[in-house]
Design a protein around this ligand. Structure first.
Ligand code: URA
Length: 270
């Protein structure tokens, strides 16, 4: 018998599971993200242009895209080449539908016609501000689902001047509307007659009805944040692609508040 003691069982298991192939082959992951055929992707890997978690990857490497950080030439890879995610700053007077029987301008007129996208949730025709559009149905459904509770933050310019502390309290605690009591909201008044309201429900004309209920009808309503996404530099009518970190943060269900690191847009250069 040898004098060398056997490593503990848990260490043997850990060793064995490290040896198991896990995740998807790197060349397949790159190919499905638009970097070329598998053969081309193998060449990219062999040339040392691909890193996984900051280490140069070798051919045959497997990755878990939810965990591993994969870069090509130092740039993080995109999510899927066939999906797009746009963030649009909707101007007033534009409807949140794909087609309007009355011929009014629609938000899909403001983004590229191909691939066809649809809005995630809606804003009233007179409401301005941030709205997402995508062709990723699963993502849209997950984000819009009330159980996800994605925060939406609005700036509301209201009539009748300064809102009293009692009015603010009603907005915060919940307002009785004809479809029931609203959930507690974050509300502040940065200046008299301007409210910053954060809700995580998505009822029809909710902010307008909440403000009506306390005697301060809305004059102008702007959505300034969706979950973790707050964009100050996008002019009305303009759009940009979401960055990878933003799609991931929304997909993870980050409710928002913090400003995230800057990354690059999703769509990979092809
Ligand atoms: N609340 C409203 O009243 N209108 C919107 O467009 C969005 C939230």
């Amino acid at each position: 018998m040898s004098d060398t003691p056997e490593p503990p069982l848990w260490e043997q298991w850990a060793e064995a599971s490290r040896a198991l192939p896990q995740g998807e082959r790197l060349q397949k992951v790159l190919a499905t993200r638009g970097f070329g055929s598998r053969r081309v992707c193998e060449e990219i890997i062999a040339a040392g242009r691909v890193k996984v978690n900051d280490e140069v990857a070798v051919l045959g490497r497997r990755v878990d895209v939810d965990v591993d950080r994969v870069t090509v030439d130092g740039e993080p890879i995109g999510i899927r080449p066939d999906v797009v995610y746009y963030l649009l700053n909707k101007p007033a007077g534009v409807v949140t539908t794909a087609h309007d029987p009355q011929g009014r301008p629609t938000i899909v007129d403001l983004v590229p016609p191909e691939p066809r996208v649809f809005p995630v949730g809606r804003l009233d025709i007179e409401t301005e501000g941030l709205i997402l559009l995508t062709n990723d149905g699963d993502f849209a459904q997950a984000i819009a689902h009330p159980s996800r509770g994605v925060e939406k933050e609005y700036l509301a310019h209201v009539q009748n001047g300064k809102v009293s502390p009692a009015g603010l309290r009603r907005l915060r605690d919940g307002v009785e509307l004809d479809d029931g009591l609203t959930a507690p909201a974050d509300v502040s008044q940065p200046e008299p007659g301007v409210l910053r309201i954060t809700i995580h429900e998505g009822r029809n004309r909710q902010v307008r009805r909440m403000c009506d209920a306390i005697g301060h009808p809305v004059e102008r309503l702007v959505r300034v944040r969706i979950g973790p996404i707050a964009e100050r530099d996008l002019p009305p009518g303009q759009w940009r692609e979401l960055r990878i970190d933003e799609v991931r943060a929304l997909g993870r269900g980050d409710r928002g508040g913090r400003r995230r690191d800057r990354g690059r847009p999703i769509r990979s250069k092809r």
